[in-house]
Design a protein around this ligand. Sequence first.
Ligand code: NI
Ligand code: MN
Length: 222
Amino acid sequence: MRIQYLGHSAFFVEAGKLKALIDPFYDEDIKQEFSLNDVNTIFLTHGHGDHIGHTKEIAEKTGATVIANHEICLYLSKFDLQCHPMHIGGRTNFPFGKVKMTPALHGSGIETEDGVVDGGNPGGFLIEVDGKKLYHAGDTGLTYDMKLLQREHVDVALLPIGGNFTMDVEDALIAVDFIKPKIAIPMHYNTFPVIEASPEAFIEKVSTAHGKILTIGESFSF
Ligand code: NI
Ligand code: MN
């Protein structure tokens, strides 16, 4: 499995038949190590603008299937996009592998010109392809439910550390202890002043996993 960090909570993921974007809110100037035309799946953890990002444009252009909760799929159906609805705790077999939607403690309202639309419950994703497991936590506070993920034997966990809207470094370290992934990668920090955080502080203290900082645009294979 190969991932490229696109900044904030956005990642490109390539594994087998899967060529996916997760929460595609990113700066288009980033040197993409993939062709946008090849993207066949877009994972959306929740309805906030800094996660929906370029979803509509990319899905329109590529015909990619969006995987999101039921309420976000209902909202996206207005734009004629392909959407596969899931919900918290559900696991599904796709042609490329397995996906489980995990809980997140957060909001999910979708800001539109006509006001805020219900975006259901926020979540995260456990994506399994050819025996490799990637966990993207979405936006979430620390939750004791994360302990259940230890049983999943996660290879790489992508965890928010920016605080204010999500876990900060201190709580993300506890999350790593709960999840016990092989590798923990911080995300959702330093995009805005209110989520300033030190990924180095996270890496320095992370003990039950190998911590890794991905700079924006950097790729990592596992
Ligand atoms: Ni959010
Ligand atoms: Mn966010």
